[in-house]
Design a protein around this ligand. Structure first.
Ligand code: ADP
Length: 375
């Protein structure tokens, strides 16, 4: 039986708001989005009020989750920014970090990191990011995760690319996550990885219309309400770009480091520089740059052509003082295996491409150990 928005509203009528009236009469609810057994909506309040509303958000989520037929309820507490609003705190000096209040009130300290929470059982979370889409970020994130697993680490993969989650396709996962007795989502086990994707919960089309604060809230839920188990590394496939949503995410996720994926073209390198600046802004160490589609390798004769002016990322990394983690050729077998849901590190572990990803994974692990040791 499908849940209707009206059923959700009926439940929410039983939740009292801090304004002394029912939540449904407080004028704060967004449209109720129902997608099969999953319900999403947001509560929009003034920035100054978010502290008082957090409990209501949790109650609303619990009330909706208790409706028979609902398996996932995601409720975001969003604060609309109003430039003239005296309650809206000014940006921190020189940083311009967007203040997006979702589940918690802002931290008292000036550090963006104060907002982060550690995930129990997960030793390190790293981001794989790119300045723009289509550079092979997700393919790299997945094969990097598999490379880390091949090094004997316990690895999880979180697809946080809410604007176009591609990990379901790249892993061939079609099932939905099960829930534990305490309603945590169980990641899907595939290729020895614990995999969770926004794409398991929403269809790609509905993912597109999510607004920034809701994205952040959804990611928090992916981190907090998922039974990750014991992991050495959780690899987060970030949404492409370096806009406000990404910056907020970089603040939200308790990151120990970031890997930037770039193609050799100039434009992409400019974008990669922006990515670097973004992580520096929020004090996340950049573990290094990976050059993807670095050179073309002919599938027939193996000959190599530098169609994009190969080597740009290596030079750029040197110039910026960031480690260069390695170069991955543009090769048919990487595209085919990715798009068929059989990533190359898994489907051809003895081949040259798997070896490249494992080498990159080794550099990432070493860099991570170094940076953790020095903080
Ligand atoms: P992004 O996450 O940056 O949008 P994807 O990982 O989804 O990019 O990759 C975009 C497309 O490029 C996919 O079809 C993928 O199979 C292909 N691709 C990625 N890396 C390579 C590569 N090194 N060689 C060939 N094709 C690749």
């Amino acid at each position: 039986m499908t849940v209707t928005p009206q059923q959700v509203l009926d439940r929410l009528a039983g939740v009292l708001s801090p304004r002394g009236v029912a939540l449904t009469d407080a004028g704060v609810l967004s449209e109720i989005a129902v997608n099969g057994d999953r319900v999403f909506f947001s509560i929009n309040v003034e920035t100054s009020e978010t502290g008082a509303w957090e409990g209501v958000r949790a109650q609303a989520e619990a009330a909706v989750r208790a409706i028979p037929g609902v398996s996932v309820a995601m409720v975001a507490l969003t604060a609309e920014r109003k430039p003239g609003d005296p309650a809206y705190p000014p940006p921190r000096s020189g940083q311009g970090i967007p203040h997006v209040s979702t589940h918690r009130s802002p931290p008292p300290s000036g550090s963006p990191m104060a907002r982060q929470t550690d995930i129990p059982g997960v030793a390190a979370v790293i981001a794989v990011a790119s300045g723009k889409g289509g550079v092979g970020k997700s393919t790299t994130a997945l094969n990097l995760a598999l490379g880390l697993r091949a090094l004997g680490l316990r690895v999880g993969l979180l697809d946080a690319d809410i604007y176009g989650p591609s990990i379901p396709r790249l892993t061939g996962i079609r099932e939905k996550p099960q829930l534990t007795a305490d309603k945590k989502m169980v990641p899907i086990a595939r290729f020895g990885l614990a995999v969770m994707s926004v794409g398991f919960l929403v269809e790609e089309e509905s993912a597109m219309i999510w607004r920034g604060p809701m994205v952040t809230s959804a990611i928090r839920q992916m981190l907090r309400d998922v039974a990750w188990g014991e992991l050495d590394i959780l690899v987060v496939d970030m949404p492409p770009g370096t806009g406000d949503a990404q910056l907020t995410l970089a603040q939200t996720v308790p990151l120990k480091g970031a890997v930037i994926v770039s193609t050799p073209q100039d434009l992409s390198l400019i974008d990669a520089r922006r990515g670097l600046a973004m992580f520096r802004k929020v004090n996340v160490p950049v573990l290094g740059i990976v050059e993807n589609m670095s050179f073309f390798q002919c599938p027939h004769c193996g000959a190599r052509s530098d169609i994009f002016g190969h080597g740009g990322a290596r030079h750029e990394a040197e110039r910026l003082g960031v480690p260069f983690l390695g170069e991955i050729p543009l090769h048919m077998s990487i595209r085919e295996t990715s798009d068929l849901g059989h990533p190359v590190v898994e489907s051809d572990p003895d081949g040259p491409h798997a070896a490249i990803y494992r080498t990159i994974a080794g550099h990432v692990r070493d860099r991570l150990q170094e940076t953790i040791a020095t903080v």
